[in-house]
Ligand binder design. Structure first.
Ligand code: CO
Length: 508
């Protein structure tokens, strides 16, 4: 027994050392990515891509090396003999899951996929510029073929799409997603028709003005500081596309981008990315390098950004506190706009062509459409060449919108050209998680929304931290939701949230 304990301790130390090494390389890569988007001069791109590819190669080799495999197999014996404690089991199972997946993909295949996608991205950009899907089609066909191959290599039970979804939302199946999305779609399509018929007409252009970037930046810093973004452990910078990244819990970076006519362009992104950053800053430093120090899934990560951006950041109580301050900084045009009017305007609903510009009510329909299309593509029930037609008819059916060209339709998102198939559903899952989590927070924290009106976000932030962030990957996504809310993920909470909020705004 003693011999086993000692062996276990040594093996686990060895595992942790290897994982730490990989995590430090990962951090360095994240920093290089961040620099690429924020500071790198344009001619640096080619070398930077090679530096990153080399580091990715080193990581991959270390991860699938014979020594690492031997170590994992030794620990796997301990696991089978119930020699591992709870945390060790969590760490081992997650690493084993990742290892098995990576091991199933031959190097040749990974190279082919990486190269195809890296070429496809510039072709997609050109196709979008010329608004011509035919330019992108051969590359998309190749990517779909490779992703179907990937699904076969990884293995699946029911649908090959499950194997791809698993990379972004582990343990979720396409069947579960289909059921939840179907209910959501039924509700949203019908609810949107009611909003369109409402007598309340909102014109959000009254919120436009002339807002100096420097002043916007100060206001953004004030807001995210109040939310609890720790500037000692993070920075806010500017990039073309807002994003967040983290090197470790003590150094988390977010970016936003500015439009001098529209202040909410930068502010809502800053709030969104801060939601992501609070998750990363809330992970425990002592768990850095193991799955206990990592976020659960893309969907849960997105729940943290959307809960702050939409549920809190577009809540009337949030603005009871911030609106007087906004008015003081930017008297034009807000001086003459009442809080109630302002609130309605920031929550304006209008079906639009572009996903990233869509509101809280229509956003999930954009996602459901993409999920249905990519699932059918991978399952082989539709063909890539028919996508513009399918896309346009679904846009008409779900959102009532006519798509005038490929650029503002099928070609608008970068995801497929980068090989990210199975990613889209995590955006909508994030919204559903966020509504269900917020409902639980309201039950736990007395007068939660009244606290927002007083500018107090600490209770809420600490609640998220203690319920979600500090646990790392202790729970699966659905396990976490059950733990916090007592129920499996379902669309009821999101549907109730949307109904209550917009019935009031649009007087339905
Ligand atoms: Co996000």
């Amino acid at each position: 027994m003693n011999y086993f304990r000692k062996m276990k301790k040594e093996l686990f130390e060895e595992l942790k050392t290897s994982l730490l090494e990989l995590s430090h390389i990962g951090s360095a890569m994240a920093l290089l990515h961040w620099d690429q988007e924020v500071y790198m001069p344009k001619n640096g791109a080619e070398f930077r891509a090679k530096t990153l590819a080399n580091l990715a190669g080193i990581m991959h080799e270390k991860f699938v090396s014979k020594e690492f495999e031997k170590l994992l197999k030794q620990i796997s014996k301990l696991e089978k003999n119930n020699e591992l404690n709870k945390n060790e089991t969590i760490i081992f199972s997650e690493i084993w899951r990742q290892f098995s997946r990576e091991k199933k993909l031959p190097l040749e295949f990974v190279r082919d996929l990486t190269e195809t996608c890296s070429n496809a991205q510039s072709v997609w950009a050109e196709a979008r510029k010329k608004s011509d899907f035919k330019i992108f089609l051969p590359f998309l066909e190749k990517i779909v073929e490779l992703k179907r191959k990937e699904a076969e290599l990884v293995g699946f039970e029911d649908s090959p799409y499950d194997a791809l979804l698993d990379e972004y939302e582990p343990q979720m199946t396409s069947q579960e997603v289909s059921i939840i999305f179907y209910e959501l779609k039924e509700f949203l399509v019908d609810f949107l028709k009611k909003i369109k018929k409402s007598k309340i007409k909102i014109n959000p252009t009254i919120l436009n003005g002339k807002f100096e970037t420097e002043k916007q930046k100060k206001f953004n810093e004030f807001v995210i500081g109040k939310m609890g973004f720790d500037f000692g452990c993070g920075r806010l910078d500017t990039s073309t596309h807002p994003f967040s990244t983290s090197f470790n819990p003590e150094d988390t970076r977010i970016t936003t981008s500015y439009d001098e006519k529209n202040l909410f362009y930068s502010l809502s992104s800053a709030i969104h990315e801060t939601g992501h950053a609070l998750y990363e800053q809330g992970l425990l430093s002592e768990n850095f390098g193991t799955p206990l120090g990592e976020s659960i899934s893309h969907g849960i990560h997105e729940s943290q950004s959307r809960i702050w951006e939409k549920i809190v950041g577009q809540n009337i109580n949030f603005w009871k506190y911030f609106y007087p301050k906004l008015k003081k900084e930017f008297s034009q045009p807000f001086e003459k706009i009442s809080l109630e009017e302002f609130y309605k305007n920031i929550n304006y609903v209008k079906p639009s062509l572009i996903r990233t510009e869509s509101d809280e009510v229509t956003y999930n329909l954009h996602i459901i459409l993409r999920f249905e299309i990519e699932k059918d593509l991978i399952e082989g029930t539709i063909e890539a060449k028919d996508l513009p037609k399918i896309w346009n008819s679904k846009m008409k059916e779900y959102l009532g919108v006519n798509v005038p060209n490929d650029a503002s339709g099928i070609l608008q998102d970068v995801h497929w050209s980068g090989g990210s198939i199975g990613y889209f559903p995590t955006y909508a899952l994030g919204n559903l998680y966020s509504a269900q989590i917020f409902d639980a927070a309201k039950k736990d924290i007395l007068n939660l929304e009244k606290e927002f009106a007083l500018g107090n976000f600490e209770h809420f932030r600490e609640w998220l931290r203690n319920k979600i962030h500090i646990h790392g990957k202790t729970f699966s996504a659905n396990g976490l939701i059950k733990e916090i809310t007592g129920e499996e993920l379902n669309s009821k909470y999101f549907i109730d949230y949307i109904t209550d909020k917009y019935k009031n705004i649009y007087e339905l």
